[in-house]
Design a protein around this ligand. Structure first.
Ligand code: ADP
Ligand code: MG
Length: 343
């Protein structure tokens, strides 16, 4: 580990921006001018422009006692890419704004940007601007993502129709299990600093929490197979909360089959430890950044054979509500217990 510590005050705000800008390259034909002027200049090339922003606050959204800054940078970028994927669109540019206190050294900021730029490189995204300022305590990060699409390719939350099939990519529950594990070890460490954290054998859930991925690959696969979902969103607050959003926006109901919900096995194995069921981890956890989407019945034959996509239920009329169908065919209403920073 690099133990050198350079104070940000040695560079000043402009010095820091210059230092960061040196590492940044521009690749997309949608980017005419990136960092350096009063505004970036982007070229929509005749397409619709999609914009989404996230604000992350230390102590509310992330805990630096167990989150490496490089991972935090990667995650801050990726969760925004996921918002584009949720619209069936690829991310093209981001701006990143940070507020940091004197607690953060240049090396810490560099680690954070290493993560941001790693994500940008992997997802072909240009970093085109941002803002840099000081904060009296803690770190704040705001990322804005921009994408471009033909109107006809954009998928909204509001398009689900009766009889559509409900699909989910990947697996669920792991990111939340990872968070619970990290929080548990932090509590143990605070009480008994001599005890080493017990994180062995939990690589997958930890990676899902600390280094999530955006499912832009699913967007591309669906496109390649000629499928446009009727509605879609990303799963950031838990499946229960998200299916309720889709149903509300689409004015429909849904029936989901618990045995079809793809709970990650490592997370399921930890459920007991946290006095939860594997299903609750998937329904009420969050931060999985998988895609929840609906497809028309006519696309069933194609979608059923796509690896890593689970068909977990179907859409019904609004008056029927949103339910889980248990093994004895009784219906359990789905209620949102997703993550809410104001609670
Ligand atoms: P202003 O005074 O208008 O806020 P700045 O001096 O903050 O301008 O920014 C100069 C340039 O550097 C702009 O192109 C801005 O987008 C970019 N920039 C500033 N901070 C960051 C950052 N944290 N990450 C990326 N680009 C940044
Ligand atoms: Mg500025």
């Amino acid at each position: 580990m690099n133990m050198k510590r350079t104070e940000i005050s040695e560079l000043g705000e402009f010095g820091l921006i210059e230092h960061l800008a040196k590492k940044i390259t521009i690749n997309s034909p949608h980017t005419l001018i990136g960092i350096g002027d009063d505004a970036a200049v982007l070229d929509a090339r005749g397409k619709k422009i999609l914009v989404s922003t996230d604000l992350l606050v230390e102590g509310v959204h992330f805990d630096l006692t167990y989150t490496p800054l490089k991972h935090l940078g990667y995650k801050a970028a990726v969760v925004n890419f996921s918002d584009m994927a949720a619209m069936n669109v690829l991310p093209v540019q981001i701006t990143v704004s940070i507020a940091i206190s004197s607690r953060f050294s240049l090396e810490a900021v560099d680690a954070f940007y290493e993560g941001i730029l790693l994500a940008c490189g992997r997802y072909n995204v240009d970093l085109v601007g941002g803002d840099t300022t000081s904060s009296t305590s803690g770190m704040m990060i705001s990322v804005t993502v921009i994408g471009y699409a033909e109107e006809a390719d954009i998928v909204y939350r509001s398009g689900a129709k009766e009889d559509d099939l409900v699909c989910v990519s990947g697996d669920l529950g792991a990111a939340y299990a990872g968070l619970l594990l990290l929080e548990r070890e932090k509590t143990v460490f605070e009480a008994h600093p001599e005890i080493q954290p017990d994180l062995d054998g939990h690589d997958y859930v930890l990676e899902r929490q600390l280094k999530p991925e955006a499912r832009t690959d699913v967007v591309l696969v669906l496109k390649e197979k000629g499928i446009k979902p009727t509605s879609m969103m990303d799963i950031s607050d838990g499946l229960a909360s998200e299916i309720l959003h889709i149903c509300k926006e689409s004015k429909v109901g849904a029936l989901l089959y618990p045995e079809k919900i793809p709970v990650d096995p490592q997370a399921a194995g930890l459920a007991d430890t946290f006095k939860m069921t594997p299903l609750t981890l998937a329904l009420n956890g969050g931060e999985d950044y998988e895609l929840l989407f609906t497809i028309s019945q006519k696309d069933y034959e194609i979608v059923k054979d796509i690896e890593g996509i689970s068909i977990i239920g179907h859409i019904c009329d609004e008056a029927s509500g949103v339910h889980l169908v248990s093994s004895d065919s009784s219906l359990l209403p789905i209620t949102a217990q997703g993550w809410d920073s104001f609670k």
